[in-house]
Design a protein. Structure first.
Length: 321
């Protein structure tokens, strides 16, 4: 399957860029890029793909994406007026010394956990919309302040939901507990083993099986078994997209030892069979470069380049900060 990589308009001297478009369509394929992205869609509903999540979105959809996370939005009725505001910024923003200060701890954790895609709703969503709109209207230092306010708002949000499965990103979530971090790391490194047991991890952090089970439930808000299945399903989803391997091969490489059980659990978690999941993604990889009007430049992830030229003009306004 062809997954395109976007060449974003972010320049080395930029802190971030803002793309502001009205009624521009969604003429782009499933893609990723090495930058973070905060996307706000106002005035339209439709379908959204983030990692292995395929679901409906409603008006005022606000999602934060981590680097290289697959994504695509589509709209239902593009004859109605709608607006898309996208903010893109590089990973270097949080790796610099300035962002290592204590005051940015929550923002760093927010961005570390964005690898799964985070949807914001409620009060945070309502307060973020005017901030993002303001970022399209000015540039310079005032926009840097607004941008930091926006990140701080998102970092303290409580009405949030992860979209993609942890196994799709295969990245350890940020956590306050060293023991939970060790447990997460061990599971991510060993989930492909069909004989992986709770007792393996419990002994690793010097806890009894029952004690670890209670501890894991309390701090991860799900059971060890549920978390392990999530990781395995997420890994299977990524292999369904990234490889041409058979469903049976993917089943066993993801830590399942029974194909029937894998199909049952996959359907329970993704509301479709593995074959249908792969087919859904294939539908969204069609891409006619000559018809593109949005300011995106793509190459295939395998390094192939597109023969068509980049369009000369766009309906999207671009702000460099």
């Amino acid at each position: 399957m062809n997954i395109y990589q976007e060449t974003t308009p972010l320049k080395p001297q930029d802190i971030f860029v803002v793309l502001d478009s009205y009624n521009n369509g969604f003429d782009y394929p499933i893609h990723n890029h090495p930058e973070f992205e905060l996307n706000l869609i106002i005035g339209i509903s439709g379908s959204r793909i983030v990692g292995d999540s395929i679901e409906r979105y409603m008006d005022a959809d606000l999602v934060l994406l981590g680097p290289y996370l697959y994504h695509k939005w589509d709209g239902d009725d593009e004859s109605k007026p709608y607006r898309v505001i996208t903010i893109q910024f590089g990973i270097g923003l949080i790796s610099g010394q300035f962002f290592q200060k204590e005051q940015f701890t929550n923002i760093r954790k927010l961005l570390e956990n964005a690898s799964e895609g985070i949807k914001f709703s409620g009060k945070t969503q309502a307060e973020a919309i005017p901030l993002m709109q303001a970022l399209t209207e000015d540039k310079g230092f005032i926009n840097v302040i607004l941008f930091l306010r926006l990140l701080d708002l998102l970092a303290h949000a409580t009405e949030t939901r992860y979209l993609s499965n942890a196994g799709f990103a295969t990245k350890v979530l940020s956590t306050h507990s060293d023991r939970l971090h060790i447990a997460y790391s061990y599971i991510l490194k060993n989930f492909e083993r069909s004989d992986l047991k709770l007792s393996d991890i419990a002994s690793l952090i010097n806890m009894s099986d029952s004690g670890f089970s209670h501890f894991f439930n309390k701090y991860s808000l799900k059971s060890y078994t549920a978390f392990l299945i999530d990781i395995r399903i997420g890994h299977a989803c990524k292999n369904l997209l990234d490889t041409d391997e058979t469903i049976g091969q993917i089943c066993f490489k993801s830590g399942f030892n029974n194909l029937a059980n894998f199909n049952r659990l996959f359907k329970k978690h993704r509301q479709c069979t593995p074959a249908k999941f792969r087919k859904k993604y294939l539908i969204n990889t069609a891409f006619d470069w000559t018809q593109q009007v949005t300011p995106m430049q793509f190459t295939l992830s395998k390094g192939q380049t597109l023969s068509s030229e980049k369009p000369k003009s766009y309906a999207t306004r671009l702000v460099h900060v």
